[in-house]
Design a protein around this ligand. Structure first.
Ligand code: IFM
Length: 449
């Protein structure tokens, strides 16, 4: 392999999310979020873990930013906790909450690190959930209001803003499967939820632009390739169906201004109809699309779980393939396929890879973490990313998930995704080998052989 040079100005970053790292759950007037409620409900999260303390980033952000600077990070994607800014989800912003993010952004800028803020990374104020959450059409207005508040307060210093993180995941797992907050299991209600998620995104884009017309705005999508489990025609049809239900439910209205006709047909027994004027709101032109990718999904025809086939098959293993600690297949081509698809089917938008990374066990030995598996993972995905760019994808930057080990939702602290190891009892941070390796990639703007 020769050195793979990335385009000039390519952005090298890492990402986190508020509930997964901040802690300080009861400080600064922060309100309760659906993840506070969910994680404190017995049986919902491995070992009863919660985000109450997490990586204590709320108190340690200055040291964390100093470490980012030391390791040469060019950009940092974080999320704003809605319940810190509006404790009950509505009304005037809470100054202490905004102040925390303002200090964080200033520290990043001072360190020469470009800030990307995500407005919603799954921590809906519980008070809004009590009024229906994303099942209520009002969520679009609530979210737009909050987006405007954040854009007004921070938008002069942010480099990019992202509306929603992974509608696919928080929608389906939060409102149908029930393994994420708010833990609802309502398949019949899902078409409303999905549409409200899309509408909330569109209204938020408008609200951000009303405040900060020049701030680049996008959305982060997780749209894994859906591969049929076998060569049968039934499995191929199931993969297409699940792709429409999981991926295109969000990609198509946001980027093309229409729901996929085959999806509408599938949902027609539920009497689903979406107003045209909503689609005009949803399809606001975006400055970029965020791509979060980890792996692909397998789908198999399964008459008893129509539309949820992939989930029924998620533990499928292939001989010879390698898997991360999440049980996810390591497959750089999955990222390649997503990028190729955006180029071919969605007008080749400007893209940032807003998440990509892997969980491994990562023991600390003599104060070091030799995470060769993670380095190999990142190398493989970055090489594939390089090829996608050579093929014409307009990818402008890449963010490793994650900067720090953190609270991995229903898995609690049992999965480590970080470039930096966190010893939770002491909160000691130890950069893993991958952090130094990644710093070198960023410094050279190239992947060396
Ligand atoms: O930790 C999550 C993140 O919050 C959203 N994207 C996937 C990551 C790994 O599961």
């Amino acid at each position: 392999m020769t050195e793979l040079q990335f385009p000039e100005g390519f952005v090298w970053g890492a990402a986190t999310a508020a509930y997964q790292i901040e802690g300080g759950a009861h400080e600064g007037g922060r309100g309760e979020s659906i993840w506070d409620r969910f994680s404190h409900t017995p049986g919902k999260v491995s070992h009863g873990d919660t985000g109450d303390v997490a990586c204590d980033h709320f108190h340690r952000y200055a040291g964390d930013v100093a470490m980012m600077r030391e390791l040469g990070l060019g950009a940092y994607r974080f999320s704003v906790a809605w319940p810190r800014v509006q404790p009950s989800g509505k009304g005037p912003p809470h100054p202490a909450g905004l102040d925390f993010y303002s200090r964080l952004v200033d520290a990043l800028l001072e360190a020469g690190i470009a800030p990307m803020a995500t407005l919603y990374h799954w921590d809906l104020p519980q008070a809004l959930q009590d009024e229906g959450g994303f099942a209520s059409r009002d969520v679009a207005g609530w979210f737009a209001d909050y987006a405007g508040v954040v854009a007004r307060a921070l938008g002069d210093r942010l480099r990019w803003i992202v509306t929603l993180n992974e509608p696919q995941i928080f929608g389906l797992f939060g409102y149908v499967v029930g393994t994420h907050a708010p833990g609802v299991q309502d398949f019949v209600g899902y078409p409303r939820v999905a549409h409200h998620i899309n509408l909330a995104h569109g209204e938020a884009v408008r609200a951000v632009r009303a405040e900060r017309a020049r701030l680049p705005v996008g959305i982060a999508m997780q749209t894994p390739p859906m591969h049929p489990r076998s060569a049968s025609a039934e499995d191929a049809a199931a993969a297409r169906r699940f792709d429409a239900f999981f991926n295109r439910y969000f990609l198509d209205p946001v980027l093309l201004g229409a729901y996929p006709p085959e999806l509408l047909e599938l949902l027609s027994p539920l009497g689903v109809r979406y107003p045209e004027e909503d689609l005009a709101v949803i399809a606001q032109p975006l400055d970029f699309v965020g791509v979060n990718n980890y792996t692909r999904y397998f789908v198999r025809h399964h008459p008893e779980t129509p539309l949820l086939e992939a989930l029924a098959d998620e533990h499928h293993r292939i001989d010879g393939a390698r898997y991360t600690d999440m049980g996810w297949e390591i497959r750089p081509d999955a990222l390649g396929e997503v990028l190729d698809r955006l180029r071919a089917d969605y007008g080749n938008p400007v893209v940032y890879v807003t998440e990509n990374g892997a969980a491994f066990a990562d023991p600390v030995a003599d104060g070091q973490v030799h995470d060769a598996d993670r380095v190999a993972f990142l190398r493989g995905y970055l090489a594939r990313l390089h090829r996608a760019i050579a093929d014409g994808a307009r990818v402008r930057g890449y963010f490793v998930w994650s900067w720090l080990d953190n609270f991995e939702w229903a898995h609690g602290y049992s999965k480590r995704f970080g470039l930096v190891h966190v010893d939770y009892p002491t909160q000691r941070r130890t950069p893993k080998d991958s952090a130094r390796w990644y710093a070198e990639v960023a410094r050279r703007n190239a992947l060396s052989p």
